[in-house]
Design a binder for this molecule. Structure first.
Ligand code: TEU
Ligand code: CA
Length: 561
């Protein structure tokens, strides 16, 4: 089972701008994070992943870095960072940085030089091309709408940006760029950080020659994911980074890799690949998209059957060969309880059920800030209240192509990244206790009911349930290392599985809906004295595991040994 600390850990993701504001300017900051370490330690998480905190003009909340070795002024100073790191270490917690290596900000000094003239020595730090037939060099579409190419008047050439035009892609074909990036990664490691989440790492290599993607509909731009996702050379570059830099440190690494299944993921995380410890996969994030290629905005109902297939496949293929990173939410996704649970009538039980689900799978669980108190999606009436560059670009694009306002806002309410980016709700005071000033984005109006202070006080809260799940992980190796086995494959409402490690077996029973199906224990699991480890409902004495009527969104975990 090859034990590792990062397999046994629980990660908590912080989106700093929305976590805690210490000085009333409306932006979360590093001191704010420090002031909440007690809360996080009490919850029991071991690793904190902090989204980018580097110097940035903030067009994409820090995912547009203008200096890799400095701190965003809104977030504080390098001194604040050093103090945060040492405070965390003295509590036995680890800090994972979020590193954007695919692109920088357009205000990074490298790009400012690069764009200044065609013969600037840093010209080849980025990807510059001449016009083709009087237009962009190819038809690839940006993740954030429009072409990936931006014409720069200074030299009359185009530069490539997979994300916004303020995020030019670095040229990984240039060995000088690679050296500089390695140096910078090493610089952070020497400071003592405990790991990295590598942003958009699947995209650092683009198809040779930048060919047009197939375009049967004749649209101006097409989603050409296959042209810049998970290409073979990404692995060479990652092995290089690993062998030259990462290998020398006891750290944890996770790559953000959309567009692959578990077999392909083994190329990143397979034992012996010398690349990454784990990757974030997106297959279950596409469950409610019409197709993976249709992008994030159009939504269809997701199916439990498909969820079982996808998660089961990842569990099975990676077992003993790699490692999973399990999550239901992050800063790019809607809130998990609103998306996969029921945030209206069954918010508390469904949030607990979902927590049970991803904490009891094989892999490292990632909690996104606020998920542990069941924070929900938000529905601002006006586009003016949204801040996310992806959301705003989408709105503009749809408006200008004549889509009715209502229809656009409906999609935004469901899927906008800002759903997960409203400020952390700490208490029922002004602005949910996030700031004494005006928050950079409005607080969700349900903060009076949903907030950390009241969750900490209430022993039956989602927060305490998370705490229990985390404690169980520390106690039972089978939760970390047990092999997954699906039960009741075709059941339309119940997701049940076992996890087995030698003579220990977990039995996880999850009702994904508000209806009340009966769980019939498969005969091969009968016998023995299963011990209940956790449940999101009070138990009654008569509960008979042989045939169990489940309550709405009920979750139970038993241990048999
Ligand atoms: O997101 C990248 C990201 O989600 C894509 O790589 C993904 O493949 C695609 O959207 C699938 O639908 C990261 C950050 O998490 C995000 O916040 C940033 O905006 C983005 O990179 C750019 O840095
Ligand atoms: Ca602040």
């Amino acid at each position: 089972m090859n034990p590792k600390w990062w397999k046994e850990s629980v990660v908590y993701q912080i989106y700093p701008i929305s976590f805690m504001d210490s000085n009333g300017d409306g932006y979360g900051d590093l001191r704010g994070i420090r002031s909440k370490l007690d809360y996080l330690q009490e919850l029991g998480v071991d690793v904190i992943w902090v989204c980018p905190i580097y110097k940035s003009p903030n067009h994409d909340n820090g995912y547009d870095i203008s200096d890799y070795c400095d701190i965003m002024k809104e977030f504080g100073t390098m001194d604040d960072f050093d103090r945060l790191l040492s405070d965390m270490h003295s509590r036995g917690m680890k800090l994972m940085m979020d590193l954007v290596l695919n692109h920088t900000s357009h205000q990074h000094p490298w790009f400012i030089e690069s764009r200044s003239s065609k013969d600037n020595p840093k010209r080849d730090y980025y990807i510059w091309k001449k016009a083709k037939n009087g237009g962009p060099p190819n038809n690839w579409e940006s993740y954030f709408s429009g072409s990936v190419w931006e014409l720069d008047p200074q030299t009359d050439e185009y530069y490539l940006h997979l994300y916004s035009k303020y995020q030019p892609d670095l040229n990984w074909e240039n060995p000088v760029v690679i050296d500089k990036l390695h140096e910078m990664v090493e610089w952070w490691l020497k400071k003592g950080v405990d790991g990295f989440r590598f942003d958009a790492i699947a995209h650092i290599v683009k198809a040779e020659g930048y060919p047009d993607a197939l375009n049967p509909s004749g649209a101006k731009t097409v989603r050409a994911y296959e042209m810049f996702s998970n290409l073979e050379d990404v692995h060479t570059l990652l092995q290089n980074l690993h062998d030259k830099v990462l290998y020398y440190y006891d750290i944890m690494t996770v790559g953000e890799t959309s567009g692959l299944g578990p077999e392909q993921a083994l190329n990143y995380v397979g034992d012996g690949r010398r690349e990454l410890n784990m990757t974030f996969q997106f297959e279950h994030m596409n469950l409610d998209a019409a197709s993976p290629a249709s992008g994030r905005w159009d939504t269809v109902p997701w199916s439990l059957h498909e969820l079982k297939q996808i998660m089961g496949n990842w569990q099975t293929v990676l077992h003993n060969r790699g490692w999973n990173a399990n999550y239901l939410c992050n800063h790019d996704q809607p809130r998990s309880v609103s998306r996969f649970g029921d945030d209206l009538f069954y918010r508390i039980p469904s949030a607990k059920m979902l927590a049970t689900f991803y904490h009891m799978l094989e892999g490292t669980p990632y909690i996104y800030q606020g998920e542990e108190i069941g924070m929900t999606n938000v529905a601002f009436e006006s586009i003016d209240d949204y801040r996310d560059v992806e959301t705003m670009n989408y709105y503009e694009e749809k408006r200008s192509s004549g889509v009715p306002e209502e229809q656009i806002m409906a999609a935004i309410h469901k899927k906008s990244r800002d759903n997960a980016r409203t400020p952390m709700q700490w208490d029922d005071g002004d602005e949910g206790g996030f700031t004494t000033g005006t928050p950079w984005i409005e607080v969700n109006s349900n903060y009076m009911e949903i907030n950390a202070a009241s969750a900490v006080k209430d022993p039956d809260s989602i927060y305490h349930y998370y705490k229990q799940l985390i404690q169980l992980r520390k106690k039972h190796q089978v939760i970390v290392y047990g092999e997954y086995g699906l039960l009741l494959e075709d059941h339309p409402e119940i997701y049940a599985y076992t996890r087995t490690l030698e003579d220990q077996q977990l039995l996880v029973i999850l009702n994904f809906y508000a209806r009340e199906p009966v769980f019939e224990l498969p005969s091969e699991l009968a016998g023995g004295k299963p011990q209940l480890l956790i449940s999101n409902y009070p138990l009654s004495k008569e509960d008979d595991l042989g045939s169990l009527k489940l309550r709405p969104f009920e979750a139970r975990v038993y241990l048999r040994q």
